[in-house]
Structure formats: structure tokens, C-alpha cells
Design a protein around this ligand. Structure first.
Ligand code: PLP
Length: 426
């Protein structure tokens, strides 16, 4: 046998020999006593360092409207940061709210408002519906699913393709089931697949007839500017598409600077129709007088312009691209051609999505754990933590140092090979 002959083409004897080899490789790996972690989709310290000029800002405390940012007020956020991110997100400033440090909190707020008060185009609060269901493209972002679970919202999955969610599957579901009130989508460099939603898919989602009059697209553009190559994906303009299709209140867009400046101290944004923005602010106003405008102002001063944000992202790219290249090169050299795994080659975002043999993901994660490599739990990218094919593993290479990424990926490859050998000889 050659080293790259697909395992499926090998004889039982060859597979038995392969299993013996992989057991020895795995024992050697365990003997090294590694302690590595590929679970954390967060910026590395070197990336955070890029924004340390923030710590000496703002240089003044009045915003472009002459408002004293140190004081109460201005629920919608300061003028200059709304304008800056409106341009970046292809929307109008009056369609943008600049909030606190986490877009996830804004997502929860919007769900809470829908639940308790109902949508601008809704007949009643969602809590008064017999059942509320969300469409979840999979693999997807685990925290989206946790939020739904917390509300008691049912989930139905659709495949996440290279060009975004399977739009025909989505359209078929929403057409007849009025309990389907919304869907998640990470349109640009999705977590974890790296897919970019095409203009065509976005247009279909924006225009499809829905049995629920108040169907909402939670357009979580967390990685809108997070390009890994010079081939920069442009996010579809969902607000304009929806408005042109007669459904202006359908999409609610979220974004933040969590992976641009500081993950714990950035600025989060919501963008939607002006009516949706007013609706959001009305409910927000019941429990808030204004956001941290000083933080918003220092961000505006730090970036200077929308181009300042784009330029800043190039510096991130220079730090993390080599880590993504390391993931690809280890996977290619160790697993290529063997028919035991497939993986994404993202051009942006924070993740690589690895599919191993059906039924093997849990075993791979367990083997890795026993060898000192923490991987995201198998199934985490599916609602309820349940990957029906038990094959998907999310890899997050940004946080560890480059050498650690290479070492961890080499270990992951060893675990994938052992799990495959076990399965094919069982
Ligand atoms: N949305 C997606 C798709 C993410 O991957 C993440 C973080 O990993 C977030 C939202 C969190 O965003 P924020 O820090 O703005 O709450």
C-alpha cells in the first residue's frame, strides 16, 4: 500500500496493520504529555495588542453632535460610530444602533422583546404562540442554539452549504408552518463552516413567502470584515433586498468589534429597518438610559474612518493567516487522500470545520482529550449538541501560538486516523 491509498480500498490485513501503526503513533503522542487547546474562538493576545491605543483614548469627550459622552443619554449610540459602521455594513446611519460590548446580548434582547411584546409586523407576542420554531443552519454557532433552548424555542435544521443555508429547504419550511418565526444565519465566514452567503441565497431568504407574518432573519454578521486573504467577501445587502421584496422588517443584523478591537470591551451593533430600530430602542429604554458612549467615542477616534477599520483588519489577518495555513498544511499532509476526513478552507472568520467518518467525532474528541488536546465537544455545532451523523468537529486556531497550532493539529490528525482505523476494523 502507498501511504495515501484510501482506507476504504485496503484489504482487511492492510487495515489491521494500519490500526497497529496508528495505535503506536497514538501511544507515542500520549507519552508526550501535551497540553493544548483548540476550543477557543477568541483573539490571541497579539491581536488584542493591536488595539492598545484604545487605552489612552478618548482624547476628548464630546461626540460629533457636541454631546458629553461621560453623561447619561443617547440610547442609539453616538453619531460618529453609527455612521462609521453604517457605511461598513451598507446601511443608513438611522438604521444602526451602537450598543454595549456584546452583540450576543443584543440578540437575546431582540428575542426577549419579540417574546414579551411582539414584532412590529406581528399579531401578538411570541410567548402567546402555541409553539415557536427557529430554523438553524448546521453546523452553526452553539450560543445561538443555547439561546433558543433557554427560551424554549423549537429548532429545525437545514444544511449549511458553501453559498449559505440551503435556501430551498428554508423556503419550503417557512411556506407552510406558521410556528416558524425565525432563522439564524451567519452570512459571512460562518461559524464554523466559513461559508459566505451568496447574493442569490440572500435574495431568496429576503423574498420567500412565509406563513408567519412576523418571520425574522437573525443576520449575525460577526465576521463581516474578518478576511483571511485578499479575496475579500462582500456581505449581501440583506436590508435592501428585504425592503425591495416587501419585507423590510424581516432581517435584523448584528455585528460587533469583539474580534476587531477587544473581545471583552468592544462595541456591538444592531441594524434593521427604522421601525425595527425604534421598536428595539423603545424596549431597551425600559431598562437603560444610554450605552457606554465613552467606549464608543474611543473606538471612533481609534479607527478614524471606515477605512481605518479595514486597515486594522489587515493586521489581524497577518497574525492569524499563518495559523490557518498551518491547519491546512497538517490536515493535507496527514489526512489527504485517505478518505477519512473532509475539512473547510475558509477565506475568513475564526474556524475550520472538520468532518471525520460518520460516527467517529465523539471518539476523536475523546482520544484528543486523553492525549492532552482540548477540542470543542463533538456535536457542539448542532442544536442540543446532537450531530446526527456524529462527524463534525470545530477547530479554532486563532488563540494558540503558531507552533502550538501545528502541534495540536498534528495530534488531531493522529486521533482522526486512529478513530478511523478502529472503526474500519471493527
Ligand atoms: N456571533 C458569532 C457567529 C460568533 O462566532 C460570536 C463569537 O464567537 C459572537 C456572535 C459573539 O459576538 P459578541 O462578542 O459581539 O457578543
Amino acid at each position: 500500500v502507498t501511504e495515501t491509498q484510501p482506507l476504504a480500498d485496503r484489504s482487511p490485513d492492510e487495515l489491521a496493520a494500519f490500526l497497529t501503526e496508528q495505535r503506536a503513533a497514538y501511544d507515542a503522542l500520549k507519552g508526550r504529555g501535551l497540553k493544548l487547546d483548540l476550543t477557543r474562538g477568541k483573539p490571541a493576545p497579539a491581536q488584542l495588542d493591536l488595539s492598545d491605543a484604545l487605552l489612552a483614548l478618548p482624547a476628548s469627550y464630546t461626540d460629533a453632535n457636541g454631546v458629553d459622552t461621560r453623561n447619561y443619554g443617547g440610547l442609539e449610540g453616538i453619531k460618529e460610530i453609527r455612521e462609521m459602521f453604517a457605511e461598513l455594513l451598507w446601511v443608513e446611519p438611522e438604521q444602526v444602533v451602537a450598543g454595549g460590548n456584546a452583540s450576543l446580548v443584543m440578540m437575546r434582547d431582540v428575542l426577549t422583546d419579540l417574546w414579551l411584546k411582539g414584532a412590529v409586523d406581528g399579531e401578538r407576542p411570541w410567548s402567546q404562540e402555541e409553539k415557536v420554531t427557529f430554523i438553524c443552519p448546521v453546523p452553526g454557532y452553539d450560543r445561538h442554539f443555547t439561546l433558543l433552548d433557554w427560551f424554549g424555542i423549537d429548532t429545525v435544521t437545514v444544511p449549511m452549504n458553501d453559498d449559505g443555508p440551503d435556501a430551498e429547504a428554508v423556503a419550503a419550511l417557512v411556506a407552510s408552518d406558521p410556528s416558524i418565526k425565525g432563522m439564524w444565519i451567519v452570512p459571512t465566514y460562518a461559524n464554523p463552516s466559513g461559508s459566505v452567503c451568496s447574493q442569490e441565497v440572500a435574495a431568496r431568504l429576503a423574498s420567500m413567502p412565509t406563513a408567519a407574518p412576523d418571520f425574522k432573519i437573525f443576520w449575525d454578521n460577526a465576521y463581516a470584515f474578518h478576511h483571511l486573504t485578499e479575496d475579500e467577501a462582500k456581505s449581501a445587502d440583506i436590508l435592501t433586498l428585504a425592503s425591495a421584496a416587501g419585507h423590510p422588517h424581516r432581517p435584523i443584523m448584528f455585528a460587533s468589534t469583539s474580534k476587531i478591537t477587544y473581545a471583552g470591551a468592544g462595541v456591538a451593533f444592531l441594524a434593521a429597518s427604522v421601525e425595527n430600530v425604534q421598536w428595539y430602542l423603545k424596549h431597551l429604554g425600559a431598562g437603560a438610559i444610554g450605552p457606554d458612549k465613552v467606549n464608543q467615542l474611543r473606538h471612533a477616534q481609534f479607527f478614524g474612518s471606515p477605512q481605518g477599520v479595514r486597515d486594522h483588519m489587515v493586521k489581524h489577518r497577518e497574525i492569524i493567516w499563518p495559523k490557518f495555513e498551518a491547519v491546512q498544511s497538517v490536515l493535507d499532509s496527514r489526512l489527504g487522500g485517505l478518505g477519512v476526513a473532509e475539512w473547510t478552507k475558509p477565506t475568513g472568520g475564526y474556524f475550520v470545520s472538520l468532518d471525520v467518518l460518520d460516527g467517529a467525532a465523539t471518539r476523536v474528541v475523546q482520544l484528543a482529550k486523553e492525549a492532552g488536546i482540548a477540542l470543542t465537544p463533538a456535536g457542539a455545532s448542532f442544536p442540543g449538541g446532537n450531530d446526527p451523523r456524529d462527524r463534525n468537529i470545530r477547530l479554532a486556531p486563532t488563540f494558540p501560538e503558531l507552533d502550538a497550532v501545528t502541534e495540536a493539529m498534528d495530534a488531531v490528525a493522529t486521533c482522526v486516523l486512529l478513530a478511523a482505523a478502529e472503526q474500519l476494523t471493527a
